[in-house]
Write a protein that binds this ligand. Sequence first.
Ligand SMILES: Cc1cc2nc3c(=O)[nH]c(=O)nc-3n(C[C@H](O)[C@H](O)[C@H](O)COP(=O)(O)O)c2cc1C
Length: 193
Amino acid sequence: MREIPVEWTARVLRPCPVLLLSSRHERRSNLAPLTRYALLSQAPTLIGFSLAPSSMSCHLVRQSGECILCVPDVSLLSEVHDAGIVSGRDCDKLRRLRLLLRGSRCVAPFVPVGALASLECEVRESRLVGGDRHFVVQVVSAEVDDEAFGEEWRPESAAWFHHLGGDRYLCRGEVLRAQPVVIEADLPLDDER
Ligand SMILES: Cc1cc2nc3c(=O)[nH]c(=O)nc-3n(C[C@H](O)[C@H](O)[C@H](O)COP(=O)(O)O)c2cc1C
């Protein structure tokens, strides 16, 4: 991964790919897909996104005041989908999905290995709008995969994807279905993470 100027966030988000939100507060970490987001300001670099207030991600982002927005590669599609149909309130998703994780530069949450880009963010504002909690976060550090991104995405190497609904996704013009994630056993909540 290579660090890029945070002002390049617009280039990272331009295709509007499905994102994976990584959050962490004290010993709890979580992952959830995110599609309700938008770039709100270039400088400072602000992103807005909305989360169901009942979700574990909402709780962790509010408590910690930070998060990471990752662009997952299509190789993670089934894991990303699974993270969107189970809640971190009911299981430890990091253990359930058995993803390789690495630390980040400026904030506490983990980055899944296989992310094509990661935007490390600090919360600047949050409020309830309608039924959702809206967050405004500032990107404080940004990284991209060298092969997938030069000064822009390289579409021949970058395989991000879009959500069509249900378990259907679109990647490079091809419709893909998320596959069930193989789970070894019922993994209980682990407060050590
Ligand atoms: C592709 C996809 C995108 C999603 N985008 C959002 C979103 O933008 N905001 C949201 O609140 N929930 C979204 N969801 C639903 C949450 O991921 C889901 O409620 C999840 O169980 C929340 O997990 P958590 O409680 O561990 O945070 C999405 C689900 C999928 C499958």
